[in-house]
Design a protein around this ligand. Sequence first.
Ligand code: NAI
Length: 441
Amino acid sequence: MDYHVRDLSLASQGLLRMEWAEREMPVLRRIRERFSREEPLKGVVVGACLHVTTETANLMVALKEGGAQVSLCASNPLSTQDDVAAALVREYGIPVFAIKGEDKDTYYSHIASVLATRPRVTLDDGADLISTLHFLAQGREGELSTSLKEVFGSWSQRGREALVKEVIGSTEETTTGVIRLKSLAAQGKLLFPVIAVNDADTKHLFDNRYGTGQSTIDGILRATNRLLAGSVFVVCGYGWCGRGVAMRARGMGARVIVTEVDPIRALEAVMDGFMVMPLVEAARLGDFFVTVTGDISVIREEHFAVMKDGAIVANSGHFNVEVDLEALEGMSTSKRRLRPFVDEYVLKDGRRIVVLGEGRLVNLVAAEGHPSAVMDMSFADQALAVEYLVREGGKLKPQVYRLPQELDMEVARIKLKSMGIEIDSLTPEQREYLSSWEMGT
Ligand code: NAI
């Protein structure tokens, strides 16, 4: 079996951590047990590019038990848990290509290794696998990395097209990936159907909000061990993730400022009780800054220029482009690593700015990503989306689809049940009332 992980001897530790996560994933467990009985993915080659965490590992095992031939690479060079990668290889015979801290060329060589398995269904977190397939189809893989060029450079156009044509469909886990794919679809260039798992209610309402909320604070605390109570905490972006981060920072006693570009989201933040102002004003006040916008150069030179000495800057949005580190480098006279994932930049006037996790997803770099209980729903959605694509993908057009609503509802229903919570159901009278227009006052 071909694989590339840091150290197979870490497998036992990874296995224990996978088991610990699995206990909090009852919805995925139920799906795994059904998959094991019914094998709905029998013989289907599945390629995944996801954060290599304990929860992802449990998803991979569920897909394998469903009959799929799975392989996995990382969706971020710094989020891989090396012990989990080792456990998947040694204990489950699942090929994994991921090493925490891998450079860009290795990252793309790992994507190439997954694509070399000729997947019929792909899973993405950030759309790197799908976009690589599209670059390949256009003969442009060299623009992404030299390692891709080395692997695919000699492939004929027909060979590349065959690779892409074999894909029945793909799933996408996160907001940024969905934005990229919708842009591809809008240009009429998307080559196969994609299910935007992120857009399922049981995904973004919980994973993005409660998952990112808790794990971003967790990442900041593990990296810095600083006290949040009484601090000024600036959250850039008040989307699903930003709401979660702001809510949890407030819960820890921080005074939270929100910055936004969307007037409705800004208004919502105001009425949720947060201070809202332009970032250039907040920059003077903040002790901590977190970007969760999915946007580029959100914190940039004009903001670094007025930050307090010792300000701590982190990103929890998908790509490492939200904090303009190039500008910060240019303004600095020196840089040193103070603790793991804590880099201090000294500016010309002597002020120090601290950047966590090299501006990459702080919750996955400095902590372990979202708690398993929330990934349970996201990955239940993923597993059901893969099953749906295998069953129905042939009938879908090359567009971005939502997960069918009945599957979304089913995940919520099982989650509630696993929590021991029951809810009411509509009476026949209520059902009729809610579906009629005749009854007024
Ligand atoms: P969203 O679309 O709900 O929210 C983004 C918000 O940022 C919007 O309200 C937008 O108006 C605002 N924004 C855009 N540019 C801005 C700027 N320059 N200044 C201030 N606000 C700005 O997206 P969501 O779901 O909250 O995701 C945000 C990012 O987090 C994405 O990159 C997503 O992929 C990522 N993500 C990260 C996770 C993690 O584990 N850390 C988990 C889930 C999503």
